[in-house]
Write a protein that binds this ligand. Structure first.
Ligand code: NAD
Length: 509
């Protein structure tokens, strides 16, 4: 288990894994070949732990995307016809290799993103679980329905949509990539993956595992680069039939415009500012643990974080005091130290953005409470202490904007109607959490919250067959179960006449 390694073991494994990225620029992977950009351009990648230069990365442009999309289109001819049972076997081998390499993947991810081992060791294994889940669905992915009438037999079937583009963010890059890439490959699509420029390394490790597992060349290609260049070209390329995107809402909007000329099918997993509603009849000990977990794990850099806690006014002071007390004990530290819960934030720009909300909160009249900073932080490390903003109202920027960091905004509410109104008064609609011991109220409120996913008396517990996705500015479409295949596949209906049904004569002979 990767979680059971000591700090020294993690550090040694990270140094061994990162040495290759320091020695030579990280290449694209196109048709199974390691290639630099046509332009020869690279960009630098640094660590949030100490600002250390980790290596240079090939910076892709339209020409590199064109090369990758072209081979993905060629590879689609055979991969889309490869029997589902064969795809299943290959994808299970990918999962085997991810499990074998989980420690290497996790330590690489920690140094590249600043996320701690505590969470990245699980994230790597969840990547393998994603591959296994969708591998098992591959043999039946094309199956459809029989829809007979007295005169005709209608039957449906599904076929893979074509080469697709997958564009991913930096927060948990390996796991999120598998979430998109595994169902695409299981469906029979080929992929061009454009990973986030702030955390490019683990995409390479995934493509390597896929290659070593026997995935044919050209089926999974990786092109690195900036969103505005490589990402944009991918969304505009005529050979790419669909774009699966995870990232900010504003980027989703740009991608929809960019893909309009080529009529791209899009699937968007976007931002969130998710409410957790705590009623005064809830099990407050369990609610407290869940609230703390859902905002201060993964550095608060999770789309489903419960970043707005709405607390019934009768328990507001007591509950916020308990949160404030808890956050003092959250260990902020080096991501490879197994005792650390929070690590540094990924990039100077993101660090500045998250920190700016401390001043915004104070200027808006909220009370700012902070946890314990990391005493041994490197002077160039982007560490922040956990933050709690109390005495907040829902119209404040700290309540409306996605901070995407370890910052929780606590808002009081009077009754059920007030809680629903505050929860829904937001552009986003990804997840909602609800704590109450009144079962009828739980159903009522769950039905009224404007979000794609609701958890009652629970933190976010992912069940792969269940749909994952948001409403409003939080997304378009659903992942998980058969929903993923609906996106990556086209449905065809065939109607066969069963006898001599009447055919209208347009004119008499
Ligand atoms: P981002 O939108 O800045 O970048 C995401 C990806 O899009 C990167 O690979 C980037 O290079 C690329 N990109 C940027 N501009 C582009 C363009 N014009 N065309 C094509 N590609 C472009 O997001 P981020 O800062 O990397 O990630 C954080 C965001 O992701 C947060 O808003 C978070 O909520 C969201 N997120 C959502 C989910 C979900 O499932 N809903 C999961 C994780 C993260």
């Amino acid at each position: 288990m990767s979680g059971s390694h000591s700090y020294e073991e993690n550090l040694a494994a990270a140094n061994a894994s990162l040495a290759r990225f320091a020695d030579a620029p990280l290449t694209h992977l196109i048709n199974g070949e390691h290639v630099l950009s046509v332009s020869g351009e690279t960009f630098a990648n640094s660590s949030p732990i100490d600002g250390r230069h980790l290596g240079d990365v090939a910076a892709g442009h339209a020409a590199d995307i064109d090369a990758a999309a072209t081979v993905a289109a060629v590879a689609f001819e055979s991969w889309s016809r490869t029997p589902g049972t064969e795809r299943k076997a290959i994808l299970h081998r990918v999962a085997d290799l991810i499990e074998e390499r989980a420690h290497q993947i996790a330590v690489t991810e920690c140094v590249d993103t600043g996320q701690t081992m505590r969470f990245m060791s699980h994230a790597a294994l969840r990547g393998a679980a994603n591959f296994r889940f969708f591998a098992d669905q591959a043999p039946a992915a094309a199956d459809g329905q029989a829809l007979p009438t007295p005169d005709h037999l209608n039957y449906t079937s599904r076929s893979p949509i074509g080469p697709v583009g997958v564009i991913t963010p930096w927060n948990t890059p390996f796991m999120l990539s598998t979430w998109k890439i595994a169902p695409a490959l299981a469906a029979g699509c080929t992929v061009v993956h454009k990973p986030a420029e702030w955390s490019p390394f683990s995409a390479h490790l995934l493509a390597e595992a896929a290659h070593d597992a026997g995935l044919p060349p050209g089926v999974l290609n990786v092109v690195h680069g900036m969103g505005e260049t490589a990402g944009k070209s991918l969304t505009e390329h005529p050979a790419i039939t669909a774009i699966a995107f995870v990232g900010e809402s504003s980027t989703g909007s740009m991608i929809q415009k960019q893909g309009a000329d080529t009529l791209k099918r899009v699937h968007f997993e976007l931002g969130g500012k998710n409410p957790v509603v705590v009623f005064d009849d809830a099990d407050l000990d369990r609610a407290l643990d869940a609230v703390i977990f859902m905002i201060y794990s993964i550095n608060g850099e999770r789309c489903t974080s419960s970043s707005r806690v709405l607390i019934q006014e009768s328990i507001y002071d007591e509950f916020t005091a308990r949160i404030a007390e808890k956050i003092k004990g959250i260990p902020v530290g080096h991501p490879l130290d197994p005792t650390s819960i929070m690590g540094p934030l990924i990039h100077q720009r993101h660090y500045d953005k998250v920190c700016s909300y401390r001043d915004i909160a104070a200027a808006e009249g909220a009370t700012v409470i902070e946890g314990t900073p990391f005493a041994d932080a490197h002077e160039d490390g982007q560490y922040v202490a956990p933050m709690l903003f109390t005495n907040a109202t829902n119209d404040m920027a700290i309540a409306q904007e996605e901070i995407f960091g370890p910052a929780l905004t606590a808002i009081p509410f009077t009754d059920e109607a007030d809680a629903i109104s505050i929860a829904n008064d937001i552009d986003y609609g990804l997840a909602g959490y609800l704590w109450t011991s009144d079962v009828t109220r739980a159903h009522r409120v769950a039905g009224r919250l404007e979000a794609g996913m609701i958890w009652v008396n629970s933190q976010n517990v992912r069940h792969l067959p269940a749909p994952f996705g948001g409403v409003k500015a939080s997304g378009i479409g659903r992942d998980g179960g058969d929903w993923s295949f609906d996106f990556y596949m086209e449905t065809k209906n065939v109607a066969i006449a069963l006898g001599e049904h009447s055919i209208p004569k347009l004119y008499a002979d």
